[in-house]
Design a protein around this ligand. Sequence first.
Ligand code: ATP
Ligand code: MG
Length: 588
Amino acid sequence: MIEGKITRISGPIVMASGLDNCGLYDVVDVGESGLIGEIIRQNQGCATIQVYEEDTGLRIGEKVKCSLRPLSVLLGPGLVGTIYDGIQRPLRELSEKSGPFLLPGIRTSPIDEDRIWHFKAILKEGDSIYPGEVLGTVQETPSILHKIMVPPNIKGKILEKMTTSGDFTIKDVIAVTDLGEEIRLAHYWPCRVARPFTTKLTMSEPLVTGQRIIDVFFPLSKGGTAAIPGGFGTGKTMTQHAIAKWCDADLIVYIGCGERGNEMTDVLTEFPKLIDPRTGRSLMERTILIANTSNMPVAAREVSLYSGVTLAEYYRDMGMDVAIMADSTSRWAEALRELSGRMEEMPAEEGFPAYLPTRLAEFYERAGRVSGLSGETGSISIIGAVSPPGGDFSEPVTQHTKRFIRCFWALDRELANSRHYPAIGWIDSYSEYADEVRAWWEHLDGDWYKIREDALNLLKKEQKLQQIVRLIGSDTLPDSEKLILVVAEMIKNGFLQQNAFDKIDVFSVPKKELEILRLMMKFYDLGRSLVKSGVPLVKIAECPVRNEIVKIKTTIPNENLQVLQVIEAKLETDFENLGKIYKKGGES
Ligand SMILES: Nc1ncnc2c1ncn2[C@@H]1O[C@H](COP(=O)(O)OP(=O)(O)OP(=O)(O)O)[C@@H](O)[C@H]1O
Ligand SMILES: [Mg+2]
């Protein structure tokens, strides 16, 4: 333990002397009340410390103690279903101790130390081990089988002692290596250091989100990175909540950094009630929440992304597909800006520090699909919301984020204003994962790529036509072009718009997502031949089946997709009849 003294205080940034022998990123206890801090700069006898708790009342001359270990998170069974702050303090337990407002310096173990877990051993005494190897398992929640792994930094090679299956707390030693190192159900890992893995793998499977525009038009791979940029109130949080609820990840780490507290409350109150369609269990049983809302200390917001991603890496190492939601990375960047300003660093664009892109990259780079040390394949997908001031995407956080992500779901103000939700603009958004997930989708339906391309092209054509319509009205357009407007309208209303508050529409299975679009494109193809053979567009547009297709999203539940064949047959006969009538009419 090394002791120093506070020499200067500037909000959450504190300078201290006497800590020369401490390492960069070591944790310190600051002041009489022992606030948690981290050394972020060492400069000739002066250590700069970032304090993660409210430090009002702190005085110059108070002590700073350093125990020479880096800021770490505790990894073990009991994490799932918990709500933490940025430095992994369990908020529920703390509120029981200190009430709704956290007292400075209050501590408690991140994971319940008294809870008993049933451990099923896989290895036995005398077995040789390697870092990351699975020693045994614990059923953490009914849907999560927690693998107890040899910590990656353990050096011993043989299990000198090893318990058999039984009931343990996270404090009990379950194994001892030949070098005398003790292994427990939980271990600490420094949150700024990425957990090691064997190899990075290519991505091939989509993260199915149940949101049609995302899955079909702009898919995200398991292990991919996506950004949701959008101005105020355009639906970033709603989109993230929808993905967190319905995506087919094994575990969700939801990081609320710098946004309103009530949004985290929404997650806390809604998730336990919602049922995961795959496991039939409560969604909270696969969710970890990290809350560092706008009213909480700004330094802890900076570290909350790293804490979150470390928890995700731990579950990835067990072979799970983890999805991280970060809402919002702009507030996180603002925390960086505030801290950098307090440290009197030279500002770069719009006052953000010059290392903003590096930090963003460090975060997004921890996504990926990997083969872990244990031999299991797991993935981390990161979905970050970006809130550019004034909805201006040319600002630094959006621009730099764009360099590190491969999926861009741009929220459009005009769509949001016209209550077209999710307001993801189909012209500005893109996904570079479409080719990687193609095989997966084509396994479901060989025409996926073609339907998607055709539909996107149709929407692009529609956008151009709308410019003409705005200038001279739609009357001058030939029927073949008016048909594009009709079908684009169908796609917008019946496919792209998805109501998060509708019981059936809230989430679509991939088959339903694609079938809706396929029927719409079939409507277009058949309609085009009808137009060519002289059928007036009004007759095609008036066909009742058109409305039926548009309404599939809210009328036909995911389990009842066979009805779609009936609608398809109806489309075929209705159009065939139309063709016949006009053929006869033409002949007579
Ligand atoms: N998919 C959706 N279905 C229905 N309504 C939606 C949907 N997405 C957004 N909304 C509506 O838009 C409102 C604002 O959404 P949200 O809070 O997600 O925006 P935001 O971009 O996170 O805003 P902020 O910038 O303030 O964080 C919601 O309260 C809801 O009424
Ligand atoms: Mg929001």
